[in-house]
Design a protein. Sequence first.
Lengths: 246, 246
Amino acid sequence: MNVSNPEPMLSPDELERRLLEIGAERYHNLHPFHRLLHDGKLNRGQVQAWALNRYYYQCRIPAKDASLLARLPTTDLRREWRRRLVDHDGEGTAPGGVERWLRLTGGLGLDNNYVMSLEGLLPGTRFAVDAYVNFVRERTVLEAVASSLTEMFSGKIISERVAGMLRNYDFVDADTLSYFTPRLTQAPLDVAFALDYVKAHAKTRLEQQGVLDALRFKCDLLWAQLDALHFAYVAPGLPPPGAFRP
Amino acid sequence: MNVSNPEPMLSPDELERRLLEIGAERYHNLHPFHRLLHDGKLNRGQVQAWALNRYYYQCRIPAKDASLLARLPTTDLRREWRRRLVDHDGEGTAPGGVERWLRLTGGLGLDNNYVMSLEGLLPGTRFAVDAYVNFVRERTVLEAVASSLTEMFSGKIISERVAGMLRNYDFVDADTLSYFTPRLTQAPLDVAFALDYVKAHAKTRLEQQGVLDALRFKCDLLWAQLDALHFAYVAPGLPPPGAFRP
């Protein structure tokens, strides 16, 4: 947190503007791996590596949300946040996000047990995702909520991804990509709540800075996951010892 | 931990042999970035990036050791482990490892305040190092001690590094590299203790597997740090937003 140049308190709208600015500079839609993925420039093995690694992120999201839920002080807040658990872990016959992600890895030809074993995971993926879970567990509720705000930018990337992947990869079909469709309606609800929350609850300049830093941290860890994938599977293409080899 | 194929208990010597095997396969002296560094193939900016990022590892080592020290049950064990704090944080007029590392970054032309601010750090470095600190805080004392055993392999790499860097880089001199000299005598003492400890205290096959997995985890996180450096500063050479640019 940079406190060497204390600024006056930001208006809620100015805080939102700065959050958007962070996304415009740092969200992982700007990462070269992302462009390659969407533009059909990856082979099947590289797309498998992406899906396999991203599975770890998906499967830790409920742990992240549960640890925040455990610290929320009111019924209303907990019910709001509980929706995320339902989205990711499913309910009755509706599969959650984690299960839908396995449909994606399965559709790409990866064995479910192998994916779930995490054996082929890049260490860089593990460290980045664990950093997120630990951040949410250890920081203030305000910072934890703020770290979810990358969803402000996810709508565009998901639309691009689905369209681009269906157009460019013959080994991908709409069923394989069914993970993404519900996210297009779930994410905006999540964002509406979380953005209102940070705008209302960041009551000092320092807390506002914490909100901005939390979003920057979250962008960094999404970006670092693509760095690790790009390094291991695109250029120079050096998967570390023990990692998945297509 | 792979428990699908339970094996009989290993002899202490067989455990040691398997630890050495992990080092032979996974220690970061095998990473291409390391070869480039030692062989004089990096420019000054790339060596700066290495030293800047590695500073974060150095400066978190005392936190890692203190959190283990806090959980050690006897005076003897705590005194043994306390030696590591003295090595890294210094004592009276003898500078510790962290201070000596700043001599290295300073000798390379980096401003101490900038280095210590961690502002230019690669997120991949931060996540890997934090994973280490968290591992030591959260796992068993046995696994935490085992994770220090990469020092079994550090003697060779340090000798190669010092000789190679002095020979190949005119911006590096012996004073700049003074970090490494004491490590050549400190590390073997640390290893002697830690290796005896894990050989004596891993009393089930599962605990032995925990020891092996801890060393593998530690190798992974050293490796991941070089992946991040290589990706950002060598090939393809894409430092993430906000990271140090030489």
